[in-house]
Ligand binder design. Structure first.
Ligand code: FEO
Ligand code: CA
Ligand code: CA
Ligand code: CA
Length: 578
């Protein structure tokens, strides 16, 4: 008998097959409820969704497009209620080819369409409760809120007020408007949401070759060529006129959803890059640690440690903890250690000789600072999250097909890496403030029969995955991971789960199969683990409004495919995964 055959995951669900289909599929004994769809009115008496008659005014009162991160925050504040709470959802980007009759290109939108497009970005805050076996949105809630690229915000931390942030809409470099490109994020222990501004370069266009910020803009990935229509209609996004506007973006934004009048704050102490998200952990000494990935090929992994300590009984004292502290980038070494290198103005190479004149310069150009410190170029860091059960940190590295054999390094060991990997970091004695952690390779993903992968031998023939992106942990510390790129391997995108320790460590099981053209984002458990929220983002991407590859979730010929938030639970009410 084969010893490995006897190894079983603690996860009891039956594995899903991996073929690509128009529908979302969950295991037997589970059910999926579509809770919030693009265009759904969020306010009572809001305009009904009519895809042929969308306007900016309507979209500002409706659920936005391409839901990504989801945070569930219990009501009342401070409770661990699992049947009543706030849902905070990112709307990362739009797909005009699916949204508009005629399937216009992103750059072809007229001004009115552009205004609608802008309003479909940002976040939604809704109140939801669970009654009679169904979740529902409370439409007349005082908490209901749309946050868009036009919502007033402030810039906090070391970059606040920098001359480099002064623009036509921000004379003081402190006040700004809006957030967009919001990919993943996290919920803090004090009940706020962190949202990551990721691919914000796509909104900008224009010739910046003569700008004194030319090098900085180029390092961030700004290009003259337009990817969207925004710069055509608004000087704010024209790099020829407003190069500094791009410095208002690429931050972690903190939002207090319990206070609908609160002004979102851009936490510049956490650095400016293509933020996937940020996840906060309270260190054993009470300081707050935030882990973050810069989701681009050959970019870096970061952590931030606050100066001040978390106070469990004083929420107000925690609300600006992320403004003061030290930011670090990661260098992985072959001896199994990862060193955290401080990004502090005046230290090492971060001086005027290299163009840094203040900590504002360090955080605005943090990629350049990390280059100089010798951080390890990674295969696109997406979610980075602490497992509350064992205190280890898990890094989802989605892929990097451009890595050459010469560019391989211990944590990114494969050339032409199309399938990604998961790296585990272990702080010494559980101390996340340590400057050196141990690390190891948790999983090298890819086809089951690819010899460069590292699957548990008991992994089912259909349970391999590719391109890990978002993750979550249940209360037992089991890892739940989503994919973004599995369709390139001719299998459905989805959700997988595994144990992280014992004989079944990293034994993956496929939990969910995503509709065609979509990816699953934002997995999030209620505190009792009985409900699993996730986003179905960009269903039917790659097809068109007129001939979508799926009409999920309505399957109505009058409706286009619609990104939507889904909540999954067990029909018998037991814990998800059990
Ligand atoms: Fe928006 Fe890094 O995925
Ligand atoms: Ca992502
Ligand atoms: Ca992704
Ligand atoms: Ca996506």
């Amino acid at each position: 008998p084969n010893q490995t055959q006897a190894v079983q995951s603690s996860l009891t669900f039956s594995e899903q097959s991996h073929q690509m289909t128009p529908n979302l599929e969950v295991p037997a004994g589970y059910q999926a409820q579509v809770l919030l769809k693009w265009g759904e009115p969020l306010f009572s008496n809001g305009p009904a969704f009519d895809p042929a008659a969308q306007t900016a005014e309507k979209q500002q009162q409706q659920f936005g497009f391409n839901n990504d991160f989801i945070g569930f925050l219990s009501l009342p504040l401070g409770s661990t209620n699992s049947n009543h709470g706030l849902l905070v959802v990112n709307h990362e980007y739009t797909v005009p080819e699916i949204m508009w009759p005629g399937s216009p290109a992103d750059t072809a939108l007229d001004k009115a369409q552009t205004d609608t497009d802008i309003a479909a970005h940002g976040l939604s805050v809704v109140e939801i409760n669970y009654q009679n076996g169904q979740w529902q949105q409370k439409k007349n809630s005082v908490y209901t809120r749309r946050i868009t690229p036009l919502t007033p915000m402030t810039i906090n931390g070391p970059a606040a007020g920098s001359d480099r942030l002064k623009t036509a809409i921000s004379k003081d470099g402190v006040h700004t408007l809006g957030t967009y490109g919001n990919c993943a994020g996290g919920v803090t222990p004090w009940g706020t949401v962190l949202t990551g501004e990721e691919n914000i370069d796509s909104m900008f266009a224009g010739d910046f070759s003569q700008s004194k910020e030319q090098a900085s803009l180029t390092r961030f990935g700004m290009e003259e060529k337009a990817q969207k229509s925004w710069a055509k209609h608004y000087p704010r996004w024209d790099l020829a006129q407003e190069p500094n506007e791009s410095f208002h973006m690429g931050w972690i934004v903190e939002i207090d959803p319990y206070d609908p009048t609160s002004v979102p704050k851009k936490r510049t102490a956490l650095g400016r890059f293509k933020h996937e998200g940020a996840n906060v952990y309270i260190n054993q000494d009470g300081r707050v640690v935030a882990y973050m990935g810069d989701d681009q090929k050959f970019e870096y992994l970061y952590k931030f440690i606050s100066t001040n300590r978390y106070q469990a009984d004083n929420r107000a004292a925690n609300l600006d903890l992320l403004d003061q502290g030290t930011l670090y980038c990661a260098r992985f070494d072959a001896d199994g250690t990862v060193d955290w290198l401080p990004l502090v103005f005046g230290q090492g190479p971060l001086t005027a000789a290299n163009g840094f004149h203040s900590q504002a310069d360090v955080v605005i150009d943090v990629r350049k600072a990390a280059d100089l410190l010798g951080a390890t170029p990674m295969d696109r860091p997406e979610d980075v999250e602490v497992n509350p059960a064992n205190g280890a940190v898990y890094v989802m590295l989605t892929k990097n097909a451009d890595r050459t054999a010469e560019q391989r390094n211990p944590a990114n060991p494969r050339a032409e890496n199309k399938a990604g990997q998961i790296v585990e970091l272990v702080p010494p004695k559980g101390d996340h403030s340590s400057s050196s952690f141990a690390w190891d390779m948790f999983l090298l993903a890819g086809r089951r029969d690819d010899p460069s992968t590292s699957y548990h031998p008991a992994t089912a023939v259909n349970s391999w995955l590719a391109c890990p992106d978002n993750c979550a942990f249940d209360s037992k510390g089991r890892l739940w991971v989503t994919s973004d790129g599995a369709e390139d391997f001719d299998i459905a995108e989805g959700v997988w789960a595994c144990d992280v320790s014992g004989a079944s460590r990293a034994l993956m099981k496929r939990f969910l199969r995503a509709p065609l053209g979509s990816e699953i984002c934002g997995p999030f458990f209620t505190p009792d683990d009985k409900h699993f929220f996730c986003s179905v983002q960009h269903p039917a991407q790659g097809s068109s409004f007129e001939a979508p590859s799926t009409r999920w979730p309505d399957f109505d010929t009058k409706m286009p495919p619609r990104p939507a938030v889904v909540v999954i639970n067990r029909k018998d009410g037991q814990v998800v995964g059990s």
